[in-house]
Design a protein around this ligand. Structure first.
Ligand SMILES: [Zn+2]
Ligand SMILES: [Zn+2]
Ligand SMILES: [Zn+2]
Length: 769
C-alpha cells in the first residue's frame, strides 16, 4: 500500500504547554510515523501513514483535543513526498533558531492557576505531593514569573537551582506523563521550601504558624506568584483597619481571596459572566457587587457597593485558605503605589512596618506581576489591570510594523509596548511613575523584555506630555541610540489602542473621556470627540474648558474643581452655590478658599481643562460626596456606587448646551450644575442626582456622536479613556448607541485607562510616514 505524508505548520500558544507530547501521544494512537519539533514560527509536524483515514483523524484531533493552555492561531497542511523507510514517531530537537527578523520568539502562555488534576493530588493524602505548595504540571503553574529568558526551558527559569530528583526526572522525561517537560516540576524531595519568619519555621510548621498569625488578627506577607501579597482575616475589621493604616491606604477597596464560587456567593452577587471569569485559569481579581447585607468586615470597601474578589491560584493559596477556613484579604505587598516586593529581603525590609509575619520560600520571582483586575460590562469581560495571567501575550496586528517600535506609554498606570512585523506585546501593569522605585522597576522590566524577546527598537513613540517619566526616558533613549521619537496625542492613542484591539482601520468616532492628557494645543484635554484613523485625527467636539485651580492639586481636592466650574458662571448667578460654600467652610479654612479664589481670578497656576473626569469630581464635591480624593478615581467611583441602585429607573437627564464655533462643537455643562443645585434644594437624594448625572453624560456622548455622524457619515464609535472604567456609564452608553445603530467598540483585552496608551502609540507610530 502506498504511504501518504503531510507536513503541518502550526502557530499559536503551542510551546511550553505540553503540545509536542500531546502530538506524540496522538501520533502513536493513530499509528503514524514521522516527527514533531519546534520551529521558528511555532511547531512543525510531519506525519506518514498508508491510511488516509488515520491521517485525517489525527488532524481533526489536534484541534478537538488541544491541551488546556494551548491555543492555535493557524494550521497549514501540505502533502509532501513520502519516505520509504520510517518506522517510528519522534519528538526531535528544533533545528532552526527560535526566531526570525519579522517575529518575536515563541511566547509561552502567561502564568496559570493550578489545574484540577494537580488540585486533587494536592489534597489526596495518598499522593506524593499531598499538601506540596509548589505542585504544578504542563497544564498549569508559573511561567513568566520565573522565566529569565526564552526559549522556555528549566535552565532559563528560577527552577534551575533545584535539581530534579529521580521520581520528578522520570515524570519530566516521559512523554506519556502529565509532567513531561513541565519546567517547574518539583516535589518535597527536590523542590522549593517554605519558611516562616519570625522563628525560621519550615514546611508544615511554617504553614501552621501563618494560620495562627492570621487567626490572631495579624497581617501576613506571603510570597505569591508574581510578588508578595498581604493577607489578613476578612471578617476582622480591626485587622483590616490596621492593614489600611500601615499600608497608607485609607479608602481604596481591598481585594478578597475566597475558597470557591459557592463561598463567594455568600457575600457577593455573582452573575454568569463574572462566575466564568473568576474560575478561568488566569484568575484575575473580579469586581462584583457586594450583597446588601455584607457579612464581612465593613471597612473592606468603603462608600462602595462593589468589591474585588479572586479565587486561590497556587497550591500555597489553596492550602492557606483551606486551613484558615474563611475569606482572606489579599492585597499587593507594597506601600501605597510602590512596586510590589518580590525578593525575600525586599519584603522583610519594605514590608516590616506593615506585616507582622512572613510566609516565604526559596523559589525566586524573576518578573514582578501584580494581580490582574477585571469586571464584566453588559456580560462581557473587560480588563482593568493587565498583569499576572494576561501579560505578556502577543497581540496580532491587522497592519505591518515596518520598524521595530517601542512605545513608552503614559505616566499613571504605566505600561510599554514593543511591536514588530504583525505582532505587538504590551508589558504588565507597571504602576504610576511618581517615585524612583517605580521608575527603576519600569526600566528593569523594559530591559528584561528587550533581552527576553531579543528586541532592539529602531523607532520610539511617546506621549505629547514632556514631563511624563516615560517621555523623559524616551527622549533619553532617542539621544543615546540616535533614534527618531514620535510624539503622540494622548487621546488619539486611547482611541488607536481600541482600534488595534478590534482590528479597525477607521475612520471612527473616538470618544476619549479621561482625567487629563496633553492636547495638541497644549491645554489639558479629557472630554474629546475625535474623528480618528491611525495616522491622524480631527477634534470635532469637546467639553468647554474650565479653570483647574492649583493644577494637579485640583485632582486631589475636587472642591477646587467645583470652584473652577462656579467661576465660569456670570457673577449674578453665582449665588445659587451659596449652600455649597456654607458646607465647604465647615471642612476647609476660609483663608484657603479665598486663596484658591484669588488663584482663579489671577489665572495663577490655573490651567484650563476640558476633562470629563474633572466634571465627575466637581459633581461629587457639589453633592458633598467626596471633597478630597484619597485614592485615584475615588470621587467618580463613589458617584457610580450611589447611582447604581437606581439604574433601572426611567429618569430625565439634565440639560446641557452644544455651542458650535468654527466647525467644532463645545459642550457647555453649566446647566447641569444649575439643575443639580435645584435638585439638592428640593431634597432629591444624592443617589438619584448621581444617576441623573450618569444619564446626562450618556446623553452628551450620544448627542455628540449623532452630530458627528450627520456631518461625516461615520457610525463606528470607539469608547476609551479612564472614565469608562465606570461600569454603569459604559453599560448605559453601549446600549444607547447600539439602539441608535452605531457600531460600538470599547477596550476589553487592553485596559481603557492609561495602561492602554502604549499599544495605541505603537499603532500610530507604525502608520507614521
Ligand atoms: Zn496541573
Ligand atoms: Zn522531586
Ligand atoms: Zn488618559
Amino acid at each position: 500500500m502506498t504511504n501518504t505524508r503531510f507536513r503541518l505548520n502550526i502557530t499559536g500558544v503551542i510551546q511550553g504547554v505540553g503540545f509536542r507530547p500531546f502530538i506524540y501521544t496522538l501520533a502513536h494512537k493513530h499509528k503514524l510515523t514521522g516527527f514533531v519539533c519546534n520551529s521558528s514560527l511555532g511547531v512543525e509536524i510531519e506525519i506518514q501513514s498508508n491510511s488516509i483515514y488515520d491521517l485525517d483523524q489525527f488532524c481533526h484531533s489536534i484541534e478537538s483535543e488541544l491541551p488546556p493552555l494551548a491555543c492555535i492561531n493557524s494550521l497549514n497542511k501540505l502533502q509532501i513526498e513520502a519516505l520509504t523507510e520510517e518506522n517510528s514517531f519522534l519528538i526531535v530537537e528544533s533545528l532552526t533558531d527560535n526566531e526570525t527578523p519579522e517575529t518575536f520568539p515563541i511566547i509561552p502562555p502567561a502564568d496559570s492557576s493550578i489545574c484540577n488534576d494537580c488540585l486533587s493530588e494536592l489534597f489526596d493524602p495518598k499522593d506524593r505531593r499531598y499538601r506540596f505548595p509548589f505542585i504544578n504540571c504542563t497544564n498549569c503553574g508559573p511561567r513568566f514569573t520565573i522565566i529569565n529568558n526564552l526559549p522556555y526551558d528549566r535552565s532559563n527559569t528560577s527552577m534551575q537551582k533545584f535539581a530534579l530528583c529521580l521520581s520528578c526526572a522520570s515524570e519530566y522525561s516521559n512523554p506519556q506523563d502529565r509532567r513531561f517537560h513541565a519546567q517547574p516540576n518539583a516535589c518535597f524531595d527536590c523542590g522549593p521550601q517554605l519558611t516562616f519568619e519570625p522563628g525560621n519555621y519550615k514546611g508544615e510548621e511554617a504553614l501552621a504558624k501563618a494560620i495562627q498569625s492570621l487567626k490572631k488578627g495579624e497581617i501576613v506577607a506571603l510570597k505569591g506568584l508574581g510578588g508578595f501579597q498581604l493577607f489578613c482575616d476578612a471578617t476582622n475589621s480591626s485587622a483590616v483597619a490596621k492593614l489600611r493604616l500601615r499600608k497608607h491606604r485609607p479608602t481604596k477597596p481591598l481585594a478578597l481571596m475566597i475558597q470557591d464560587i459557592d463561598e463567594a456567593k455568600k457575600y457577593c452577587d455573582i452573575d454568569t459572566s463574572s462566575h466564568e471569569l473568576l474560575s478561568k485559569s488566569k484568575r484575575p481579581i473580579v469586581i462584583v457587587k457586594k450583597k446588601d447585607k455584607f457579612a464581612l468586615a465593613d471597612n473592606l470597601s468603603i462608600n462602595s457597593n462593589q468589591i474585588g474578589i479572586m479565587l486561590p491560584y497556587t497550591g500555597l493559596h489553596y492550602i492557606l485558605i483551606k486551613d484558615f477556613s474563611g475569606p482572606l484579604v489579599a492585597t499587593s505587598g507594597n506601600l501605597s503605589e510602590e512596586p510590589i516586593a518580590c525578593t525575600n529581603n525586599e519584603a522583610m525590609q519594605d514590608l516590616k512596618h506593615i506585616a507582622d509575619s512572613f510566609l516565604m520560600h526559596n523559589r525566586d520571582i524573576v518578573l514582578r506581576y501584580d494581580d490582574s483586575v477585571a469586571h464584566c460590562v453588559n456580560q462581557k469581560p473587560v480588563l482593568l489591570r493587565k498583569a499576572r495571567g494576561y501579560a505578556p501575550d502577543a497581540i496580532n496586528l491587522h497592519f505591518v510594523c515596518k520598524k521595530n517600535i517601542l512605545a513608552l506609554g503614559g505616566h499613571l498606570k504605566s505600561t510599554f509596548c514593543i511591536a514588530k512585523g504583525k505582532q505587538a506585546i504590551t508589558s504588565q501593569h507597571l504602576g504610576d511613575l511618581d517615585d524612583v522605585k517605580a521608575i527603576d522597576n519600569y526600566h528593569d522590566v523594559l530591559k528584561q523584555y528587550q533581552n527576553m524577546f531579543k528586541f532592539k527598537p529602531d523607532l520610539l513613540a511617546r506621549d505629547l506630555h514632556p514631563d511624563y517619566a516615560s517621555s523623559l526616558l524616551a527622549e533619553q533613549m532617542a539621544k543615546e541610540f540616535g533614534l527618531d521619537c514620535i510624539l503622540i496625542q494622548h487621546h488619539h492613542a486611547h482611541i488607536a489602542s481600541c482600534m488595534t484591539e478590534h482590528q479597525l482601520t477607521g475612520p471612527v468616532i473616538g470618544v476619549a473621556l479621561d482625567g487629563l492628557g496633553m492636547g495638541s494645543d497644549e491645554t489639558l484635554w479629557g472630554g474629546e470627540f475625535l474623528l480618528c484613523n491611525f495616522n491622524s485625527f480631527k477634534r470635532l467636539a469637546h467639553l468647554a474648558p474650565v479653570a483647574m485651580p492649583g493644577g494637579t492639586l485640583a485632582i486631589k481636592e475636587p472642591w477646587r474643581m467645583m470652584l473652577g466650574f462656579i467661576d465660569s458662571f456670570e457673577e449674578e448667578s453665582k449665588n445659587r452655590f451659596e449652600p455649597f460654600f456654607e458646607r465647604l467652610k465647615q471642612n476647609e479654612k476660609e483663608a484657603k478658599i479665598a486663596l484658591v479664589q484669588k488663584q482663579i481670578d489671577s489665572s495663577l497656576n490655573t490651567p484650563l481643562t476640558s476633562s470629563m473626569g474633572r466634571v465627575f469630581d466637581a459633581v461629587a464635591a457639589l453633592l458633598g460626596v467626596c471633597t478630597r480624593q484619597l485614592h485615584e478615581g475615588q470621587a467618580p467611583a463613589e458617584l457610580e456606587s450611589l447611582a447604581r441602585p437606581h439604574s433601572d429607573l426611567q429618569i430625565q437627564s439634565y440639560d446641557f448646551d452644544l455651542i458650535e464655533t468654527d466647525g467644532i462643537t463645545q459642550i457647555n455643562t453649566q446647566a447641569i450644575f444649575t439643575a443639580i443645585t435645584s435638585d439638592i434644594k428640593s431634597g432629591l437624594s444624592n443617589g438619584l442626582i448621581s444617576f441623573k448625572f450618569h444619564q446626562t453624560v450618556k446623553k452628551i456622548i450620544s448627542k455628540a456622536c449623532h452630530k458627528i455622524r450627520l456631518a461625516t457619515g461615520c457610525s463606528v464609535v470607539c469608547l476609551s479613556g479612564g472614565v469608562f472604567q465606570n461600569r454603569l456609564l459604559l453599560e448605559l452608553v453601549e446600549k444607547e448607541l447600539t439602539i441608535s445603530n452605531f457600531k460600538v467598540y470599547f477596550p476589553k483585552a487592553v485596559p481603557c485607562n492609561d495602561a492602554g496608551l502604549s499599544l495605541g502609540q505603537a499603532a500610530v507610530a507604525a502608520h507614521s510616514r
